[in-house]
Write a protein that binds this ligand. Structure first.
Ligand SMILES: C[S@@+](CC[C@H](N)C(=O)[O-])C[C@H]1O[C@@H](n2cnc3c(N)ncnc32)[C@H](O)[C@@H]1O
Length: 391
């Protein structure tokens, strides 16, 4: 059997993707679950060219930013990868990650200081989750790190209390009640209960609601809703600050988180979303709010640009909030072709954000302001909003 290679390294900083960066013998080492300043002995798990992927075997000298991860599943569960950092260090690492992407991928020369707005709750904040089910092993939880094995989780410390209580009820359900083909459960909490998809046993795909900045949003576990309710008001305020005019596009609109407040500021709103369940909720949310100046289209944004985007007049403002993969090239081209005077890009992945920003900057836009929001404490994920103006 080949000897397992071990190295001693010093972790320099946290990289996009959440791993620690170190160097040894001319090679770059990516260390998982590290803290900047850690001196550690690592085991090389795999090699990709000159890149070594490693995990910590022993902490020789802990970083001053390191704390004891409070969750008993940390390290095995694939859910959280920042519990080893103080909360302040998590925020600083996220600011570095965004700066790194803007500098390296978007090729921004003078990257501004990035403010990462802290989450009012850094534990028990998540209102949405996906629980993996392994019937054979009788396990319910999250995938283990880097694997498709289910880590059996009885208490998840980032879930809102009502979701934790639901997890306990799901776990207490007789296995005979679980549908044989059930592989995972989507679950979301609102002000009036919890919704599960697919429904089974006593659990239903209830319609829920949540009020943010006076707007009431209805949704269920089958449509996207943001994870951290405690920052949504600030996220909306910053993303649409100062925006008003004739026509606005809300691309990747979900159940209408931005569509409703935009409909109060613009004469016409066109919102585009591919999930038909989310579209149905977005339309109902607008209707209940008495807003009849918004049209919600069921389409991928690429298809919409291909077919419909010429059926309206000039567009003043475009808000886009794509999934992690970012906006497709055709979408960025479609946005540039419409020449909006302002763009607000809401992103949950700094790398794809930076890739798309590079094209928007080359297309004649400048960055007005960037603010990040820590919607995902205890993980390396971060939400970033960039506001751009046409030069
Ligand atoms: C990050 S969520 C944002 C949703 C909404 N803006 C919000 O804040 O609640 C991205 C949304 O894009 C939708 N989506 C994913 N790919 C899409 C595509 N190619 N075209 C249109 N919508 C898409 C998803 O269903 C999801 O609702």
């Amino acid at each position: 059997m080949a000897a397992v290679e071990e190295l001693e390294v010093e972790v320099e900083r946290i990289l996009p993707g959440g791993m620690g960066l170190a160097h040894a013998g001319g090679k770059t080492v990516f260390v998982s679950l590290a803290a900047p300043g850690d001196r550690v002995r690592v085991r090389i798990d795999r090699q990709q060219g000159d890149l070594l992927f490693a995990s910590i075997v022993e902490i020789l000298k802990p970083s001053p930013l390191r704390i004891e991860p409070p969750c008993p599943y940390f390290g095995r569960c694939g859910g959280c990868d920042f519990q080893q950092l103080t909360y302040e260090a998590q925020l600083a690492a996220k600011a570095d990650i965004i700066r790194d992407c803007l500098h390296r991928i978007a090729r921004l020369e003078n990257v501004p200081e990035i403010l990462v707005t802290p989450s009012p709750r850094d534990w028990r904040y998540r209102m949405r989750a996906t629980w993996q089910i392994d019937r054979e092993q009788r396990q319910i939880g999250y995938y283990e790190r880097g694997s498709r094995r289910v880590c059996d989780v009885a208490d998840c410390a980032v879930l809102l209390p009502e979701l934790q209580e639901t997890l306990e009820r799901v776990r207490a359900t007789e296995w005979s009640m679980f549908p044989p083909a059930l592989k995972h459960l989507d679950v979301v909490a609102g002000e009036n209960g919890v919704s599960l998809s697919p429904p089974f046993a006593e659990f239903e795909t209830n319609e829920l609601s949540l009020t943010v900045r006076g707007e009431v949003y209805r949704f269920n576990a089958e449509a996207f809703f943001q994870i951290n309710p405690s920052l949504l008001g600030s996220l909306i305020d910053f993303a649409i600050a100062g925006a008003s005019g004739e026509t606005v596009l809300d691309l990747y609109c979900g159940v209408g988180l931005f569509t409703l407040p935009l409909a109060r500021r613009f004469r016409h709103v066109i919102a585009v979303e591919s999930n038909s369940i989310a579209v149905r909720f977005a339309r109902r949310n607008l209707q209940h709010a008495g807003l009849s100046n918004a049209r919600v289209v069921t389409a991928t944004v690429t298809d919409w640009f291909r077919s419909d985007s010429r059926t309206h007049g000039p567009v003043d403002f475009i808000l886009l909030d794509p999934p992690r993969a970012g906006a497709e090239s055709a979408v960025i081209k479609g946005i540039l072709d419409l020449h909006p005077s302002q763009i607000s890009y809401v992103s949950c992945d700094p790398a794809t954000l930076a890739r798309d920003l590079k094209k928007l900057l080359a297309g004649g836009y400048i960055i007005d302001a960037i603010v990040a929001f820590d919607l995902f404490p205890q993980t390396h994920h971060v939400e970033t909003v960039v506001r751009l103006t046409k030069t």
